[in-house]
Design a binder for this molecule. Structure first.
Ligand code: TPP
Length: 343
């Protein structure tokens, strides 16, 4: 078994990828949307306008954009408590996401889930955003089994951090998915820290991808701050899964710009390490490549960011003005009104 390493793709090779200008702009726009959304969320949090735990995705934007671009809209996604980016890449509107953070009825979970569950949106085929580390992995395998049983061509992609790969459920889930050749794409966002625990203190192996590979799963190790490398491995992995060959695994090496949660200053990280990673900012890198290739101009990039800021101004105002769920409606979310039908 081997791990396929997809090295950084030099900008001049972009033309050979079969992507259109619109595709490149989609990737850039999505990453900028994630960045601007979360910068706004961080501000609102420190202004005391938002309550509850909030874990930002800042710095990891290339993973969500690259993987989700490689999937079809019909494919399912399982997210985590760090899920704003997955939701934005999937097209969940800012308004619903922001309203969730303000605890409003117009939010993705009617204001009952908060940031940790805000990525959940059945309409966008995001089945779950779990706060339990590694919790989504066996659930994805269950979804994969259901899809295989129904002879569906859809697949399920599950996102999780490097902390999740030491849970028992990870190993059971990967083993079963491999043995039964289930249509699951495992996406590990290796940001090198599980809260304050550095990866090297909890993991002695060569790579997480190699661990997946040892279960007989096709595995990739990619630069998770290079959106094109993530997308390319994602495309390859999705083709492998859809051809009925079983699951695939992508380890995306990335880094969070901030602490584990908004309240965490991340002082446990060495400054030189932080600085090295900040130089590899996924948005700056990609935007620079696109400018170098003449796909966008600096002015277009600035206009894009300004447009996003304006859309955020509107959505914050709308979220603030939206009502909260009436307590009398709560029971409807606990009991099904109609008999459920399976099949
Ligand atoms: C089963 C379980 N154990 C512990 C926790 C507490 N906890 C929350 S986040 C976290 C670290 C997870 O790190 P990682 O999986 O690398 O994801 P990241 O936060 O880096 O995205 C821990 C231990 C939890 N939520 N669930």
């Amino acid at each position: 078994m081997s791990v396929e390493a997809i090295d950084e793709i030099p900008a001049e090779k972009y033309q050979t990828l079969g992507l259109t200008r619109e595709d490149f702009l989609w990737l850039l726009r999505k990453m900028c949307e994630m960045r601007k959304f979360e910068e706004r969320v961080e501000r609102l949090f420190f202004e005391g306008q938002l309550i509850g735990p909030c874990h930002l995705y800042l710095g990891q934007e290339a993973v969500a954009a690259g993987v989700i671009k490689a999937l079809d809209d019909e494919d399912f996604i399982i997210s985590t408590y760090r899920g704003h980016g997955h939701a934005i890449a999937r097209g969940v509107p800012f308004e619903a996401l922001m309203a969730e953070l303000f605890g409003r009825k117009t939010g993705t979970c009617k204001g009952l889930g908060g940031s940790m569950h805000s990525a959940m949106s059945l309409e966008h085929n995001i089945l779950l955003a779990s706060a339990i580390v590694g919790g989504g992995i066996p659930i994805a395998v269950g979804v994969g089994l259901a899809l295989q049983y129904r002879k569906s061509s859809r697949i399920v992609a599950v996102f999780f951090g490097d902390g999740a790969v030491n849970t028992g459920a990870f190993h059971e889930a990967l083993n079963l998915a491999a043995v039964w050749k289930l249509p699951v794409l495992f996406v590990c966002e290796n940001n090198f820290y599980a809260f304050s625990v550095p990866h090297k203190k909890s993991f002695a192996g060569e790579s997480i991808a190699a661990r997946a590979s040892s279960y007989g799963i096709k595995a990739y190790l990619v630069d998770g701050n290079d959106v094109i490398a993530v997308y390319t491995s994602g495309k390859d992995a999705v083709a492998h899964i859809r051809s009925g060959c079983g699951p695939a695994f992508i380890e995306c090496r990335t880094y969070r710009k901030k602490g584990h949660g908004v309240y965490d200053k991340a002082e446990y990280r060495p400054q030189n390490e932080v600085q090295e990673w900040m130089k590899k900012d996924p948005i700056e890198r990609f935007a620079n490549n696109l400018m170098q290739l003449g796909i966008i101009t600096k002015e277009e990039f600035e206009t894009l960011n300004m447009e996003i800021e304006k859309a955020l101004d509107v959505c914050v105002e709308k979220a603030k003005a939206a009502p909260c769920l009436d307590f009398s409606e709560l029971w409807k979310l606990v009991y099904a009104e109609e008999e459920a039908h399976y099949g």
